[in-house]
Design a protein around this ligand. Structure first.
Ligand code: ADP
Ligand code: MG
Length: 248
């Protein structure tokens, strides 16, 4: 982890009507970090990701990527700047094949756009990369299956491959291990641990074993607010965190 801030949130809030889902959150994510965000259901974690990836319209506050204000940029501009996300609710193309889903993301990244989609066989570079990624996430023999035929855990693995296909600098993972078997969770944990340091990881995860195995930095959110950020040991020892989780 470097001492450069890749992502910085300054006083970011998001309201849904009169409800405040994210409340004045300020946070920095170092380049190369394995930074986890934890907190009870409804804490505002996924909403915060939506603001960072751009799938949710900006509320108030400022979001900086590499010092550049991205608060009002649309999703595709943020992807071009290196932000990629998997979502708690899958965003895969269910009727396309596994390989096509990864390839589409790779083509979009390379600037080939949807025109390139028709000339799939010609795009050998992207094709080779897509195959390598599917191998890395543990889906080497699923290329030609429709996504709809995959198990839940396999879909989550595919989402990671799709996100990686865009060659992100900032990878947002929203509960990637949800619904996975222990073996699948272990493979995913190893995959994330093995990502090159050029990929900064921001991870929302309920599986605290996974969080404490992977993360060098942990942020705790509660009721839309930023409660604390620190090393895993700091967070584990925090009385405030125990109160938020256990209500004691
Ligand atoms: P988490 O991911 O930490 O479980 P969320 O960010 O999904 O929390 O949600 C935070 C709060 O915002 C929840 O109370 C949720 O019901 C509310 N919320 C999320 N999205 C919307 C929306 N589109 N409209 C209204 N309320 C929402
Ligand atoms: Mg969530």
């Amino acid at each position: 982890m470097s001492d450069i801030d890749l992502l910085e949130l300054r006083g970011v809030s998001k309201h849904f009507g009169s409800f405040t889902a994210v409340d004045e959150v300020s946070l920095t994510v170092r380049a190369g970090a394995r930074h986890a965000i934890i907190g009870p259901n409804g804490a505002g974690k996924s909403t915060l990701f939506g603001l960072v990836s751009g799938t949710l319209a900006a509320g108030t506050g400022t979001i900086l990527l590499d010092g550049r204000d991205v608060t009002r940029l649309p999703v595709h501009r943020r992807v071009a700047l290196g932000t990629a996300a998997t979502f708690q609710h899958s965003s895969l193309f269910m009727r396309e094949t596994v390989l096509e889903n990864v390839l589409l993301a790779a083509l979009l990244r390379s600037g080939a756009g949807l025109g390139g989609w028709r000339k799939v066989s010609a795009r050998t570079t992207e094709l080779a990369r897509a195959r390598t990624l599917l191998e890395r996430v543990g889906l080497p023999d699923r290329h030609d299956l429709a996504v709809g035929a995959l198990s839940h855990g396999e879909r989550r693995q595919l989402e990671v491959a799709v996100a990686l296909a865009t060659e992100p600098r900032l990878l947002l993972l929203d509960e990637p291990a949800a619904g996975m078997s222990p073996a699948e969770t272990q493979r995913l944990t190893e995959l994330i641990a093995d990502l090159p340091e050029e990929v900064t990881v921001l991870l929302i995860e309920h599986d605290l074993d996974m969080v404490f195995e992977l993360a060098d930095t942990v942020t705790v959110m509660h009721l839309g607010r930023h409660l604390t950020t620190g090393t895993p040991d700091h967070v584990r020892a925090s009385a405030e965190v125990r109160r938020a989780y256990l209500g004691t």
